[in-house]
Design a protein around this ligand. Sequence first.
Ligand SMILES: O=C(O)CCC(=O)C(=O)O
Ligand SMILES: [Fe+2]
Length: 202
Amino acid sequence: MDPHEAFFDALASQYWAAADDMIAPALQESLYRACRQEWDASHFHEARIGRQHSSSLAPAIRGDSICWLSPGQASPAADNFLLWADALRLDLNRQFYAGLNSAEFHFARYSEGRGYKKHLDQHQNNPQRRISLVLYLNRQWASADGGELCLYSPDDSGREIQRILPQPGRLVLFRSDLIPHEVLPCGQARWSLTGWFRNDRP
Ligand SMILES: O=C(O)CCC(=O)C(=O)O
Ligand SMILES: [Fe+2]
Protein backbone atom coordinates (compact mmCIF):
# COMPACT_ATOMS: atom_id res chain seq x y z
CA MET A 1 0.00 0.00 0.00
CA ASP A 2 1.24 3.51 -0.82
CA PRO A 3 2.28 5.08 2.51
CA HIS A 4 0.72 8.32 1.34
CA GLU A 5 -2.60 6.71 0.45
CA ALA A 6 -4.45 7.99 3.53
CA PHE A 7 -3.11 11.48 2.83
CA PHE A 8 -4.33 11.45 -0.76
CA ASP A 9 -7.67 9.92 0.27
CA ALA A 10 -8.20 12.77 2.73
CA LEU A 11 -7.32 15.36 0.08
CA ALA A 12 -9.80 13.76 -2.35
CA SER A 13 -12.69 13.45 0.10
CA GLN A 14 -12.37 16.57 2.28
CA TYR A 15 -10.22 18.81 0.04
CA TRP A 16 -7.49 19.11 2.66
CA ALA A 17 -4.97 16.79 4.31
CA ALA A 18 -2.32 17.13 7.02
CA ALA A 19 0.48 14.77 8.05
CA ASP A 20 3.67 14.88 10.10
CA ASP A 21 5.59 12.09 8.34
CA MET A 22 5.59 13.12 4.69
CA ILE A 23 8.97 14.82 4.71
CA ALA A 24 12.24 13.42 6.12
CA PRO A 25 13.28 15.12 9.39
CA ALA A 26 16.77 15.80 7.95
CA LEU A 27 15.27 17.68 4.99
CA GLN A 28 12.96 19.64 7.25
CA GLU A 29 15.88 20.60 9.49
CA SER A 30 18.06 21.67 6.56
CA LEU A 31 15.17 23.72 5.14
CA TYR A 32 14.81 25.48 8.47
CA ARG A 33 18.52 26.36 8.43
CA ALA A 34 18.33 27.52 4.80
CA CYS A 35 15.31 29.65 5.62
CA ARG A 36 17.09 31.26 8.58
CA GLN A 37 20.11 31.97 6.37
CA GLU A 38 17.92 33.75 3.83
CA TRP A 39 16.38 35.77 6.65
CA ASP A 40 19.79 36.67 8.09
CA ALA A 41 20.93 37.71 4.59
CA SER A 42 17.90 40.08 4.36
CA HIS A 43 16.48 38.19 1.37
CA PHE A 44 12.91 38.39 2.70
CA HIS A 45 10.46 41.16 1.80
CA GLU A 46 7.06 41.99 3.23
CA ALA A 47 4.28 40.14 1.40
CA ARG A 48 1.68 42.16 -0.50
CA ILE A 49 -2.00 41.61 -1.23
CA GLY A 50 -4.06 42.34 -4.34
CA ARG A 51 -3.39 42.33 -8.04
CA GLN A 52 0.16 42.49 -9.26
CA HIS A 53 0.04 46.08 -10.53
CA SER A 54 -2.07 47.51 -7.74
CA SER A 55 -0.86 45.39 -4.86
CA SER A 56 -0.27 46.93 -1.49
CA LEU A 57 1.25 46.24 1.87
CA ALA A 58 -1.49 45.54 4.42
CA PRO A 59 0.16 44.01 7.47
CA ALA A 60 -3.13 43.92 9.41
CA ILE A 61 -4.52 41.57 6.74
CA ARG A 62 -1.39 39.71 5.65
CA GLY A 63 1.49 39.86 8.08
CA ASP A 64 4.21 37.66 6.65
CA SER A 65 7.51 38.38 4.97
CA ILE A 66 8.52 36.02 2.17
CA CYS A 67 11.50 34.82 0.16
CA TRP A 68 10.81 33.01 -3.14
CA LEU A 69 12.71 29.82 -3.94
CA SER A 70 14.23 29.62 -7.40
CA PRO A 71 15.81 26.41 -8.65
CA GLY A 72 19.60 26.46 -8.83
CA GLN A 73 19.81 29.83 -7.07
CA ALA A 74 18.61 28.62 -3.73
CA SER A 75 20.39 26.41 -1.19
CA PRO A 76 20.98 22.66 -1.68
CA ALA A 77 18.19 22.13 0.88
CA ALA A 78 15.78 24.18 -1.20
CA ASP A 79 16.84 22.30 -4.34
CA ASN A 80 16.20 18.99 -2.55
CA PHE A 81 12.80 20.26 -1.51
CA LEU A 82 11.99 21.29 -5.09
CA LEU A 83 12.87 17.76 -6.29
CA TRP A 84 10.70 16.25 -3.56
CA ALA A 85 7.84 18.63 -4.44
CA ASP A 86 8.11 17.69 -8.10
CA ALA A 87 7.69 14.01 -7.23
CA LEU A 88 4.64 14.98 -5.15
CA ARG A 89 3.27 16.95 -8.13
CA LEU A 90 3.54 13.84 -10.33
CA ASP A 91 1.83 11.75 -7.62
CA LEU A 92 -0.99 14.28 -7.45
CA ASN A 93 -1.36 14.09 -11.22
CA ARG A 94 -1.47 10.28 -11.10
CA GLN A 95 -4.03 10.26 -8.30
CA PHE A 96 -6.28 13.08 -9.45
CA TYR A 97 -5.49 13.64 -13.15
CA ALA A 98 -4.89 17.15 -11.89
CA GLY A 99 -2.80 18.36 -14.84
CA LEU A 100 -0.44 20.21 -12.52
CA ASN A 101 2.41 21.44 -14.68
CA SER A 102 4.28 23.92 -12.52
CA ALA A 103 4.82 25.04 -8.94
CA GLU A 104 6.02 28.04 -6.96
CA PHE A 105 7.23 28.18 -3.38
CA HIS A 106 8.43 30.72 -0.86
CA PHE A 107 9.73 30.72 2.67
CA ALA A 108 7.49 32.73 5.00
CA ARG A 109 8.03 34.31 8.39
CA TYR A 110 5.31 35.82 10.54
CA SER A 111 6.58 38.05 13.36
CA GLU A 112 5.02 37.72 16.77
CA GLY A 113 1.45 39.05 16.71
CA ARG A 114 1.05 38.72 12.93
CA GLY A 115 -1.36 36.47 10.97
CA TYR A 116 -3.21 36.30 7.66
CA LYS A 117 -6.96 37.03 7.54
CA LYS A 118 -9.39 34.61 5.91
CA HIS A 119 -8.81 34.22 2.17
CA LEU A 120 -8.80 31.80 -0.77
CA ASP A 121 -5.48 31.19 -2.51
CA GLN A 122 -7.05 30.93 -5.93
CA HIS A 123 -8.34 34.32 -6.92
CA GLN A 124 -8.77 36.35 -10.12
CA ASN A 125 -5.17 37.29 -9.85
CA ASN A 126 -3.99 33.69 -9.64
CA PRO A 127 -6.49 31.31 -11.31
CA GLN A 128 -3.67 28.87 -12.05
CA ARG A 129 -3.19 27.92 -8.40
CA ARG A 130 -4.80 24.51 -7.82
CA ILE A 131 -3.27 22.92 -4.72
CA SER A 132 -1.78 24.89 -1.80
CA LEU A 133 1.07 23.44 0.25
CA VAL A 134 2.33 24.56 3.64
CA LEU A 135 5.27 22.93 5.42
CA TYR A 136 6.01 24.21 8.91
CA LEU A 137 9.66 24.75 9.74
CA ASN A 138 9.34 25.90 13.36
CA ARG A 139 11.72 24.20 15.76
CA GLN A 140 9.03 23.80 18.40
CA TRP A 141 5.49 25.00 18.76
CA ALA A 142 3.00 24.71 21.65
CA SER A 143 -0.74 25.43 21.64
CA ALA A 144 -0.04 28.53 23.72
CA ASP A 145 1.95 29.93 20.77
CA GLY A 146 -1.25 30.28 18.68
CA GLY A 147 -0.58 30.88 14.98
CA GLU A 148 -2.88 28.05 13.96
CA LEU A 149 -3.94 27.58 10.37
CA CYS A 150 -7.78 27.60 10.45
CA LEU A 151 -9.57 25.90 7.60
CA TYR A 152 -13.18 26.76 6.73
CA SER A 153 -15.87 24.79 4.96
CA PRO A 154 -15.95 24.93 1.15
CA ASP A 155 -19.77 25.23 1.43
CA ASP A 156 -19.92 27.77 4.23
CA SER A 157 -16.92 30.03 4.69
CA GLY A 158 -18.21 30.96 8.18
CA ARG A 159 -17.86 27.38 9.45
CA GLU A 160 -14.47 26.39 10.78
CA ILE A 161 -13.62 22.77 9.97
CA GLN A 162 -10.08 22.40 11.34
CA ARG A 163 -7.36 24.16 13.30
CA ILE A 164 -3.80 23.08 12.63
CA LEU A 165 -0.85 24.00 14.85
CA PRO A 166 2.30 24.84 12.85
CA GLN A 167 4.36 22.08 14.39
CA PRO A 168 7.82 21.05 13.11
CA GLY A 169 7.65 19.10 9.85
CA ARG A 170 3.86 19.22 9.59
CA LEU A 171 2.67 19.30 5.98
CA VAL A 172 -0.74 20.58 4.89
CA LEU A 173 -2.20 20.43 1.40
CA PHE A 174 -5.55 21.85 0.39
CA ARG A 175 -7.53 22.82 -2.69
CA SER A 176 -6.63 26.42 -3.51
CA ASP A 177 -10.04 27.07 -5.09
CA LEU A 178 -12.23 25.61 -2.34
CA ILE A 179 -10.79 26.00 1.14
CA PRO A 180 -11.00 29.44 2.77
CA HIS A 181 -8.34 29.67 5.46
CA GLU A 182 -6.73 32.02 7.92
CA VAL A 183 -3.54 32.22 9.99
CA LEU A 184 -4.30 33.25 13.57
CA PRO A 185 -1.93 35.72 15.24
CA CYS A 186 1.16 33.93 16.48
CA GLY A 187 2.90 34.22 19.83
CA GLN A 188 6.43 33.79 18.47
CA ALA A 189 8.12 34.06 15.08
CA ARG A 190 6.47 31.49 12.79
CA TRP A 191 8.52 29.93 9.97
CA SER A 192 7.15 27.98 7.01
CA LEU A 193 7.53 27.04 3.40
CA THR A 194 4.41 27.79 1.38
CA GLY A 195 3.57 27.23 -2.24
CA TRP A 196 1.22 26.22 -4.96
CA PHE A 197 0.97 23.51 -7.55
CA ARG A 198 -0.35 25.15 -10.67
CA ASN A 199 -1.96 24.46 -13.98
CA ASP A 200 -0.37 26.91 -16.38
CA ARG A 201 -1.77 26.52 -19.85
CA PRO A 202 1.01 26.30 -22.44
O1 LIG B 1 1.13 29.55 6.83
C1 LIG B 1 0.00 29.08 6.74
O2 LIG B 1 -0.46 28.30 7.57
C2 LIG B 1 -0.88 29.49 5.57
C3 LIG B 1 -0.32 30.61 4.71
C4 LIG B 1 -1.27 31.11 3.67
O3 LIG B 1 -2.45 30.97 3.78
C5 LIG B 1 -0.76 31.75 2.44
O4 LIG B 1 0.43 32.10 2.36
O5 LIG B 1 -1.56 31.94 1.50
FE1 LIG C 1 -3.38 31.13 1.87
